[in-house]
Design a protein around this ligand. Sequence first.
Ligand code: GDP
Length: 385
Amino acid sequence: MNKTGRKKSFRLPEWTPDQAGKAFASRIVSGKTADKRKKTDLHKSPAAKTPVSYNLDDLMKGVLANDRTVLSKAITLLESNAPKHFLPAQELVKKLLPYSGNSVRIGVTGVPGAGKSTFIEALGLLLIRQNHKVAVLAIDPSSSISKGSILGDKTRMENLARMENSFIRPSPASGILGGVARKTRETIIACEAAGYDVILVETVGVGQSEITVRSMVDFFLLLQITGAGDELQDIKKGVIELADLIVINKADGDNLQKAEAAKAEINQILPYLQPLTEGWKTVALTCSALTGYNIQLIWDKINEFVRITKNNGIFPQRRKQQQLEWLDTLLKEELHNLFFSNSVINQNYEAYKQKILAGETTPVLAAADLIELFIEQGFSKHKKV
Ligand code: GDP
């Protein structure tokens, strides 16, 4: 018996408060018995985990034929963090690239509860009725930071998911935002090659994710609701300046008046802000994702935007610029990773941090020394011998 008088199979740390019960208990569980079958048998068993192998030509053919199962498999390859998948994934992107680009890429942001899923489903269903093919992707910053998910899995858009001409892919769940964004960019390429002509990229209005999504879409839509104080928040954070259209959602029932008032208020502020897209005036509209009110009007606005920016050349120019920004982002990330995967650098980095805190050197000198050291290491991941 232990100090709370419970059976010995529970272990309680010494500092457990007397009344805490099992709250801090740990329990020893016996391990699973090893599978006695031979390794080869395991591979034959249908339940056994066989390593996923990819045939790039089959993947490409399947994606181009819009086989959604193959498209999912291709995206799984693109999302893989396994080093052995890096080259095949890049090879696949290269193969698909000539077939990509033929879509409108739309970013949708808003605080949790603004109605993003409901809105995307309403817009998606409307577009499918008009013979479009709609892919929905998500960048969820929470899943990269805490492994939790604000956006949740996209089974929420059940009606849209059931449609033959829709493809819904939840956010890649791991890695830093930059890595997640890379995967989403490549997923866009795969979806376009599969024939999806409207790509909706959903994100939550927290942190860096809006800027990240803005950097991969043609059109950026900010979904707002009244009464949450978001209108002003978004102005402060500069999100409104990223938007090509602001939509006040939930303009229905008792909330209709308030939504209209919020729209008018924002439309008064907008002329004082610098629009992000040359030749385009950002405006605010109202809609109800629940009743479908104004969803067609929003799609008309998006089309107007595409027409104007294709005519004035901004549309293709932005896409080219995004490609180059992507290159810069990748270089920064790769250099950062290379730098910190070097063991000598890592040891010295810690030492320099202490020196800075002790006032023995400055951040500028420390950075210069560390970079010098990195050059001496020959830019290698490991210590030179
Ligand atoms: P998200 O977190 O931004 O994806 O928001 P959801 O789409 O999950 O919606 C949050 C809640 O708002 C849900 O209960 C929806 O039913 C509700 N909602 C979404 N759009 C509307 C709308 O246009 N009108 C009303 N009244 N409720 C809505």
